[in-house]
Each structure stands twice: as C-alpha cells, then as structure tokens.
Design a binder for this molecule. Structure first.
Ligand code: ADP
Ligand code: MG
Length: 723
C-alpha cells in the first residue's frame, strides 16, 4: 500500500483488520540455521584441508589463503542453487548505518539461451559496486567512484528467501580503491583483532600461554514500536521522518505501568512468532521477546555472539523485523523517539570478552586467581571508559538518539560506570590497600589473593547508568534502537586494546623488576582506581545532582550530537585508533563528516515536513473550526443571545501564533547554510530545532481545542493503543 490516507479511513481500516497467521506446524528448532552456509554445511561440502583453513579463520581471525576461495565458491554456489537461489549479492554496511546489497544473477543470458555464470573464488573474494552514491565523508573523490567489497570469511553466507526467487547473500567489507574503510564492518574486524592481541598478552601474564584469540561478544537488546500501517500512512511525518513531529501526549501514557511484561496482543504475538522463525532460519538466535515500558513498545533480544557476527545478525534482524511487521499490516518503528513524551527505544549492547578455552573473562569466577584476572580486565574497562567516555558518547550520536541522551530520558549523556555494590566494595578495598600501605584488616593481604568469591548475580540493578556491570558482562545502554552496533563495539574494542596494553606494560615492568604477580596486580589496579575511579557512579543518573557532581568530577556531558561527534577527531582518539590500526585520522574525519551531514539533513527534513503539515493540515483544521465557532456566534447573536465566545478568542489567538511560528520556521529553513557539515549541524541545532519545536508547541495545543472530527492526524491514543 502506498500514498496517504485520511485519519477517518485509517481508523476504519484498523478496527476492521483481521489477523491471518500462517499457522506453522514445523518445530521451531528444526528451522535453525536452515538458510546458512554454516560450518556444518561447509564440513560436508568442502575438502578437509579447505574446511580446516576456513574454520581456523573464523575461530582465530587468521588470514585465509585466497587460493582456497575457489573451493568455497563452488561449494557455496552449488548449495545456494540447490536452495533455489537465482542471484548472489555482496552485502555490505556503508556509513549510513544501513545494509546495502548488490545483486548479480547466477545466470548469464547469451545468444544460445541462458547459461550458468562463472562464480569462482575471485567473484566471492571481491565485488565492485558502483559506490558513488554511498556517503564517504570525502574519502573518495567522485572522479574515482570505485569501491570494493571483500568477502568476510568470518561471517557466514546465507539465503534470503523471496517467493519469486532466492538470493545468496555474502557478507563483505566495503573499502575504497585506496584501501580506506567506507563501511562499518572493516573497523569492527580491525578493532577485534587489536583487542585480541592485547588481551592475549595480558592472559599470558596470568599463565595462559596457549591462547590463540580473545573475542569480544555482543548481545543487543532491541527495543521497537509497532503501529498499524494505516496510521503510518495517515501521518506524513512518520512517512518522511519515522517519528511524529506533532501530537499531544496521550491521556493514558505509561503512568499505569501496565504494559511492561503485560500480555502480548494476538496480532503482535503472531508477528513475533513469525519473526523468530525467520531469524532462526538465518541462524540468528532470537531468544527473548516481551512488551516494553511504553504502550505499543516491545523488545527482542538474541543470545550473544562474537561481536562481528552479532553485528551482521543485528543488521539482518532490523531488516527482517520491518519486513515481517508488514505481513501483519504493521510498521515496525526503530526510531529512537517516535512519540514525544513516551518512552524512547534503545539498543542495549551487552558485551564481554572471552574464548572457547577460558570462557567469559568478565565472569568473576570463584577462585581468587580467577578473581584477580577478572579484576584486571575490569580495571582495564574502568580506565578505558574514564579516558574515552567522550568517544563512547560520539559513537552513539545521531539526531534521533539525541532525543534520548541528554534529554530527560535514559540514559544520561554523561558516560559513567555502574559496578554494583559488591564489585565497588572490592575496588574500594584495592584503593585503600595501597593508600594505607597496610594489610587493612587482613582483607587484601598481598593484593587480591584473599578476596571472597564474587557472585555472578549482583542483587542490584541500576537502570539509569549508561555503562553497567551486570554480573558477567557490561551493558552499554546508550546506543539507539536504529543504530548499527558497529560504532559502539569499535569504540569499546579499541579503548580496551589501549587499556589492556597499558596494564600489560605496567605489569610486565613490575614483574621484570622481580615483583610477584599479586603485588604487581594490586599496585597497578590501585593506580587505576585512584586515577580513574571518578568514572564510577552507582547512584541515580537522572538526578540533577549527578549533572553537577559529574561536572565536578571532570566527566564530560555532551548533550547533543554537535557537541559529541568532534570527539572522533580529538588528538587522543586519533592517537589510539592509529596506534592499533583501527581507523586512520582521515577515516575518522570522514566518519565525523558523514555523521554531521546526516544530522543536519535529518533536522532539515523534519523542519520542512513540520512546516508543510502545519500549513496544509493543521492550519486548515483550525480555520475550519474557527469558521464553525464564528458561525455559531453569529447565529446566536441573530437569535438575540449575546454569548461571550472565549473559545473563539483563544482559537483565533493560537491560529495567529501558529502562523507566526511557521513564518519563522520557513525563514530558518531558507537560511540554512554553513561552510562545513559541522557549521550546518550547528545551525540546525541552534536555529531549526527551536523553530520546529515552536510550531509543534502551538499545534499540540490546538489539538486539545479543535473539534476531534476536524483533526487530521491520528492521535497518540489511537496509534499507541489500537493494534
Ligand atoms: P536484561 O533485559 O535483563 O538486561 P535480556 O535477557 O533482555 O536481559 O538481554 C540480555 C542480553 O545480554 C542478551 O542478548 C544476552 O544474550 C546478552 N548476554 C548475556 N550474557 C552475555 C555475555 N557474557 N556477553 C555478552 N552478552 C551477554
Ligand atoms: Mg531486556
């Protein structure tokens, strides 16, 4: 369905909608991984030596001999064609944060009909999409529009089903002809490798000599809204901006807290069941599904995976959510704040480090020795977040996420760490142990040897902290629902590489000087907690006091994207990204530029749409109602009833205010300028956002006055409570 419809038509269509679910009979478990060219499929189809090499690359990130690609290509093509694929696509993740694909046919038409095209190693290894229309932040001059996609061996190929023919999808990286990263995937792979290298070094100091990789794991909790598609098509603001630019708060919002974990409406449940099925086929381990805080809001969380794979799966999950919702006549809104005054949507990224042998390195474990290693990794995280909180904030910056961060909503823009009482206590002891130089009450004799076993479940949970320890992992809560998890994971991996490197170097020095490991760890952790403990905050992150206290502690409070994104090119950030080979200064500048460009563009589009809706939908409704009221007043007067008309007066006043606000907004739009994307963003922030808000404020007041049958836009009540 396309085009817009009236509010009346939408309500009519919504209330008569009937759910028709396909009614699956096949056990869900049987579907898992069916469409994936997985290790087990490869094991069956590849020569042994090739399979071993591919598996090693996936497990440890070691490079794959390109001559083996021919074997993989043949097996992959045969498998795909058996699965009904007619085309193959290199899938990549440009700087827009979305997913892009270039499809090619397996068939090559020629004079004698169509023959099977060659699909050899080189087709698998490299593609060449016309890259000129993807943002590159100046990395690629338009005279050289070439970009290359390169096969990412570590992420499995999969089949995308369509009733009209299937497609083999091959996850790739996307780089310019000069080798610079034009995508979100390349730095993720690079940062994973950098972190792994440093973490292996640290593990060696703890006696683990034989480690061949350390992986960062990610599990993303995805929040989203569902609304009936008829409402969507009756709201031009949702159609252009994915959020409502108008709308008075609903009379029944989330005050009753009756939606959270409440019964799931049937239509939504049908959607969730089919979604799980689709995700399972792609090997995406969807696990948890439930209602969220706001009406119409829900959450899905897959089981955590290697962060590189979790990234690709997350991207595919977002696409699948939108597609499946449409089958049930709904729109899945991934925008961070589709409805103002109603809870927004985030994507909490849970992460940990580990490998097959050591397990989860952020698991406290129950022996002192494990504790010591665990505390050292925690120390690295504390230092990293303290030094690079600004970067973490920049990594989640966007026009839409600004409605959450730094606004009156979870979590605050100040990046602090929540450790929980128990872990906090341990670090306090470590701090004291050094400060007094004594064996304080026998607790920390010779370092951390006698610590009690730490419990994996730390009784308390702080919901206001952006970066929280949750028992065996950290949860970064600032990422927005619509964002790729790449940027936050790249930042986390890179700053961890730096801090683990720092700690390893310090420990190596102390050990070389003859210190014992316990003493060395105690000393280094004590230094870290003294230098970086300011980032730990276990209190209420929403309070005004925290804003003041954080400032006194020297923590950054970067409220808007414009404040935050320049962190990407601060000297210390460039230094570590270059040092660990994750992104060059040029690549970082490009990213910054693209974010500003999108920020300014998003706000400009919203401003234009606001003006248009105000002029063509809201003003006419208000004027019609004004006419009605004036007519009534005139009739009354003729009938000899002299009636005061305060409502007409109020309405007339609001109409004139709306007119003025729209005129100023139009002036603001016409004046949009800037010598750089940064200047444009600043203009958007300082001029367009307030001018847009001023129009909305009057319009939302009008919504409470104008006769309901004249109001053109579906209301918040309607959109959020009818499903
Ligand atoms: P909650 O809402 O209580 O925070 P959920 O069950 O909704 O928890 O989601 C938790 C997410 O954290 C899931 O994606 C889960 O797989 C992930 N997770 C659990 N353990 C780890 C771990 N060790 N490392 C990374 N992610 C993890
Ligand atoms: Mg959850």
């Amino acid at each position: 369905m396309s085009g817009s419809m009236s509010r009346r038509q939408a309500i009519e269509a919504v209330t008569t909608y009937e759910v028709s679910a396909p009614g699956f009979t096949e056990p869900l478990a049987d579907t898992f991984g069916r469409n994936v060219f997985s290790l087990s499929v490869m094991k069956k189809r590849l020569p042994k030596h090739v399979f071993k090499a591919v598996a090693a690359t996936i497990d440890t990130g070691c490079p794959l001999d390109p001559t083996l690609a021919d074997y993989v290509a043949v097996a992959m093509k045969d498998w795909a064609i058996e699965k009904g694929a007619t085309h193959y696509a290199h899938v990549f993740y440009p700087l827009t944060g979305f997913t892009a694909e270039k499809h090619d046919s397996f068939l090559e038409p020629d004079s004698s009909g169509a023959s099977l095209a060659e699909f050899a190693g080189k087709t698998l290894l490299q593609g060449e999409p016309d890259a000129s229309s993807f943002p590159n932040g100046g990395l690629r001059g338009t005279f050289e529009a070439r970009g290359y996609t390169g096969w990412d061996v570590t992420s499995p190929a999969y089949i995308l089903e369509n009733p009209n023919g299937n497609t083999l999808c091959i996850p790739t990286i996307f780089i310019s002809w000069t080798g610079e990263a034009l995508d979100k995937k390349t730095p993720l792979l690079r940062s994973q490798q950098a972190m792994s290298k440093q973490a292996m070094r640290l593990l060696k100091l703890f006696g683990h000599e034989d480690v061949d990789t350390v992986v960062s794991y990610a599990g993303a909790e995805q929040e989203y809204f569902l609304i009936d598609e008829h409402f969507f098509y009756a709201r031009p603001d949702l159609m252009t901006s994915n959020r409502t630019l108008f709308g008075a708060p609903p009379s029944k919002g989330q005050e009753f807290d009756d939606h959270y974990f409440g019964a799931i409406p049937e239509r939504v449940l049908s959607f969730m069941i089919e979604l799980d099925r689709e995700l399972f086929k792609q090997g995406i381990p969807a696990k948890t599904r439930h209602n969220e805080v706001a009406p119409g809001q829900f959450e899905i969380a897959p089981v955590f995976e290697r962060s590189v794979l979790a990234h690709d799966h997350q991207q595919l999950m977002m696409t699948t959510m939108k597609a499946v919702a449409e089958k049930y006549g709904m729109k899945c809104l991934l925008h961070e704040k589709p409805f103002s005054g109603v809870n927004g949507s985030g994507k909490h990224v849970n992460f940990s480090l580990g490998n097959a042998n050591q397990g989860n390195l952020l698991n406290p474990g129950d022996t002192p020795h494990e504790n010591m290693q665990f505390l050292t990794f925690c120390g690295a995280i504390i230092r990293a977040v303290h030094l690079y909180g600004g970067l973490l904030r920049a990594a989640v910056a966007s026009a839409s996420n600004d409605h959450r961060l730094g606004a009156n909503e979870a979590p605050p823009a100040i990046i602090s760490i929540f450790l929980g009482e128990q872990l906090m206590d341990v670090f306090e002891q470590i701090a004291k142990g050094g400060a007094t130089g004594s064996k304080a009450a026998g607790v920390l004799e010779l370092g951390v040897d006698t610590l009690p076993p730490l419990k994996a479940d730390p009784g308390d949970r702080n919901r206001t902290s952006p970066f929280a320890f949750t028992g065996n992992r950290f949860e970064y809560r600032a990422p927005g629902s619509n964002q790729s998890i790449s940027d936050p994971m790249v930042a986390i991996n890179t700053i961890l590489a730096d801090s683990i490197d720092h700690i390893s170097t310090e420990l190596e020095k102390l050990l070389a000087d003859g210190a014992d490991l316990n003493d060395a760890v105690q000393k280094v952790l004590q230094e870290i907690i003294n230098a970086h403990g300011a980032v730990i905050f276990n209190g209420n992150g929403y309070s005004d006091q925290w804003q003041e206290e954080a400032a006194a502690r020297g923590l950054k409070n970067l409220r808007t994207t414009v404040d935050a994104v320049t962190e990407y090119t601060s000297d210390d950030v460039i230094e570590i990204f270059e040092k660990y080979g994750v992104l060059s200064a040029r690549e970082l500048e490009a990213r910054e530029d693209v974010i500003f460009e999108y920020y300014a563009l998003t706000i400009l589009v919203e401003a234009k749409e606001t003006s248009e809706i105000a002029k063509t939908m809201i003003m006419p409704a208000a004027i019609r109602y004004q006419g009605e009221l004036a007519g009534t007043a005139a009739s009354l007067k003729m009938a000899g009833i002299e009636s005061p008309t305060p409502l007409l007066g109020e309405l007339t006043e609001l109409i004139s205010r709306l007119h003025d606000a729209v005129v100023s907004l139009d002036e603001g739009i016409a004046g949009m300028h800037g010598d750089s994307t940064y200047e444009e963003s600043k203009y958007a922030l300082e001029t367009l956002i307030p001018a847009t808000a001023a129009v909305r404020e009057v319009a939302d007041t009008l919504e409470g006055i104008v006769a309901d049958d004249l109001w053109p836009l579906p209301t918040y009540n309607e959109m959020l409570t009818i499903l």
